[in-house]
Design a protein around this ligand. Sequence first.
Ligand SMILES: [Zn+2]
Length: 417
Amino acid sequence: MTRARAVASLLALHAAGAAAGCAQVPADRAPAVRALAAAVRLVPGWAVDTAARVGDYTGGNAANPVPAVLAPWRAYLADRPDSLHASPHWSAAEQRAMPAGAEYDLTRGYVFQDADWSAGTSISVLDVVPDADSSAWTVRTLFARVDSATRDVRPLAIVRTRVVREGGRWVLASPMPAALRGWRRESVGRLRYVLAPGHAFDRARAARAAALVDSLARAFAVAPPDSITYLVASSPDEAQRALGLEWALPTPGRAYAPNRFLYSANPALGEFYAHELAHVVLAPAVRETTPGMAVEGIATWVGGSMGRDFRALMREWGAFLRARPAVTPTGIARGAYDFDGGWRATGAILFAMVHERGGMPAVRALLDDLARPRPASDNYVRQNEVVLDASARALGMTRDRLDAAVRDRALRYADGR
Ligand SMILES: [Zn+2]
């Protein structure tokens, strides 16, 4: 594989992970979607006893608790789990304890990615298992795409959900508190580290991360969170299991900005996952209307991406562009290529160029400009165009000059300048 090809595939790989890994909270969906969500079908697997009564032959003839335990899960899935909203089916105590806008279901972005998530998705309950004292239950559910023609099954995730008693009824709850029992705690500055069993804490890296939080907050003139909970795991599988995903597409790092929570599952970064930290700290400077290219661009500029810092990333991306004279930021923004093309690298370099021209005041002004309310759009091409237009204005150039200017800057990065 040539270097340029390697970069292209890495960019594509990261974008695939990041589409989920760095997603913003989607805007509330139109009421029309409700009807669609109501069609959700929960299929009990072989291990799930759905009979109304159990124990007939012993004379016990007791009511089977499984249907009642499954009821809140079924209701939750039918109530637009793709959109963040208060849920009567989820523990009220857990929802109350969260900061405003926080995710109570940490698996949401992995499984319920858009309003029509359930279309073509088969939902199979694998098992429903009580705790030793039957006070709470664990439900494991397989979400899979099934091709109606070939019957090919492509698993999306296996989700582990807790069902607990609250106010005299069954409700859902996060499996994370139980999963993190036995994980070690360490505090450094504003960071509250939670370390997977066996992880050797790197205090020097943690100190760098804590310093980054403060310096980012100063540079962007935002109030830093009082505390940030930072999970460190040795693999995406280990981190995602703690969140309640028995299995899912591996994502090496993920920030839940409103929760002031992130996980790092890339041992090369460990306690210093600058990109995801940036998402958490810079959250006050972005809005739901801020285009994804800018959200990822700013985090990539200050925190790097794919395990590389910004400079290393730019050297690769500059070399990639040099090998492909026809590739332009406009083409990338419009999705004109059969590879990802680096829209996050494009977003990052735009902020770097604006910084070179006008310093942090210009960067903050660009972020403000991009956060301005505008009609919500699911059209990512239009959103990308918003970023290019605003960046050209911030750079004091016309849009048709922007492509050449970005390419020129990227090639100088490739030369180490
Ligand atoms: Zn990101």
